[in-house]
Design a protein around this ligand. Structure first.
Ligand SMILES: NC(=O)c1ccc[n+]([C@@H]2O[C@H](COP(=O)([O-])OP(=O)(O)OC[C@H]3O[C@@H](n4cnc5c(N)ncnc54)[C@H](OP(=O)(O)O)[C@@H]3O)[C@@H](O)[C@H]2O)c1
Length: 270
C-alpha cells in the first residue's frame, strides 16, 4: 500500500516511525512538507521520498494522511483538489475538519477522521476514529494498522462523537497534568520541598496511569482497593466529592465538546 503524508510534523513523524518499525517503507511511504529541514530530516531518518509539493506527492497513493494544522487545511485541500486518486483512502488527523469538507474538496468518498492525543508521540496515546460509509473493511484495517503506532484506537459510530473524543482524550492529558500540578502544589504548601513534591506527584500520576491499564481491575475497583474505610484516602475523596469533583469533570468535558463544535463551525450543540 502506497501511503502519502501531507505534513511531516510531530504526528506524521510518530506514525511514520511506527510504519518503519514494522518493515521497509522506503518504497511505499512519501511525505509532502514545505519545509526543507523537515524533508531532510525525514529523508535521512527513514529513506523515504519527500516532496515540497503536496499535489505531486499524492499521485498513485492508496492512502493519503492529512497531518497538517487545521488552520492550513483549507489551503491544503484546495491544492489537492482533483489530484488524490478517487479510490484512495484519506485519513485526517486534523481537529475540527469535517468529512464533508474533505470529500467535497477532494472528490474522494473513503475518509477516516482520527483524533489522536499527545501521548501518541510516545506510542502511549489513544485515537478515536470515525469512518465514512464508503470505507471498505480493508481500508479501515489499513488505517487501524497505521494508527496502532500511536497507541490504542476506538471507533465511534457518528461523526459528531469525534468532538466528544476530542473533549475526553484529545484534551484529556491536560486534565491529568492539571491534577498533577495541583497535587504538587498541595504537597509544597504542606511543607515538602519543591523537588520532592514534584517527584511524588509526577510518579504517582505515572504509577496510577500504568495501573489503570495493567492493574487487573476496573478503575472504580482500583480506587476502592486503595480506599480503606476511615483512612486517609477516604478523607481526601470525601473532600473531592463534597466539592463536586465528578460533576465538575463532566461540566469540563461538556464545555470542551461544545468548543470543539464551535471551532468546526457547527455552533453550540450540547
Ligand atoms: N501533536 C499532537 O499531539 C496531536 C494530537 C491530536 C491531533 N493532532 C493533529 O495532527 C495535525 C498535525 O499536528 P502536528 O503536531 O504534527 O503539527 P506540526 O508538527 O506543526 O506538523 C504539521 C506540518 O505540516 C506542515 N505543513 C504546513 N502547510 C503544509 C502544506 N501546505 N503541505 C504540506 N505540509 C504542510 C508544517 O510545516 P510548517 O511548520 O512549515 O508550517 C508542519 O511541518 C494537526 O491537525 C493536529 O490538530 C496532533
Amino acid at each position: 500500500m502506497r501511503i502519502t503524508f501531507i505534513g511531516g510534523g510531530n504526528m506524521a513523524t510518530a506514525l511514520i516511525s511506527g510504519l518503519a518499525r514494522a518493515g521497509d517503507i522506503s518504497k511505499t511511504v512519501r511525505v509532502a512538507d514545505p519545509a526543507e529541514a523537515v524533508r531532510d530530516r525525514l529523508g535521512a531518518s527513514f529513506g523515504i521520498e519527500c516532496h515540497a509539493d503536496a499535489a505531486t506527492a499524492v499521485e498513485d497513493a492508496d492512502m493519503v494522511v492529512l497531518a497538517v494544522k487545521p488552520q492550513v487545511m483549507p489551503a491544503v485541500l484546495a491544492s489537492l483538489a482533483g489530484r488524490v486518486p478517487a479510490n484512495a483512502l484519506v485519513v485526517s488527523v486534523a481537529a475540527g475538519i469535517r468529512i464533508a469538507a474533505i470529500t467535497g474538496a477532494l472528490g474522494v468518498a473513503a475518509v477516516i477522521r482520527a483524533m489522536p492525543n499527545t501521548p501518541a508521540l510516545l506510542g502511549a496515546g489513544v485515537t478515536g476514529t470515525f469512518a465514512s460509509d464508503a470505507c471498505t473493511d480493508a481500508q479501515r484495517e489499513a488505517a487501524a494498522n497505521l494508527l496502532a503506532a500511536a497507541g490504542a484506537t476506538v471507533e465511534v459510530k457518528e461523526e459528531a462523537l469525534i468532538d466528544v473524543v476530542t473533549a475526553v482524550s484529545g484534551s484529556g492529558p491536560a486534565y491529568f497534568f492539571l491534577l498533577t500540578e495541583a497535587l504538587r502544589e498541595a504537597g509544597e504548601s504542606l511543607g515538602l520541598d519543591p523537588e520532592a513534591a514534584n517527584t511524588l506527584a509526577t510518579h504517582t500520576a505515572h504509577g496510577a496511569g500504568v495501573m489503570t491499564l495493567e492493574g487487573g481491575a476496573d478503575v472504580a475497583e482500583l480506587r476502592r482497593r486503595v480506599t480503606s474505610p476511615g483512612g486517609t484516602t477516604q478523607a481526601a475523596l470525601e473532600t473531592l466529592g463534597a466539592g463536586g469533583f465528578s460533576a465538575l469533570v463532566a461540566d469540563a468535558v461538556r464545555a470542551a465538546t461544545r468548543r470543539g463544535r464551535e471551532l468546526s463551525g457547527e455552533g453550540d450543540a450540547s
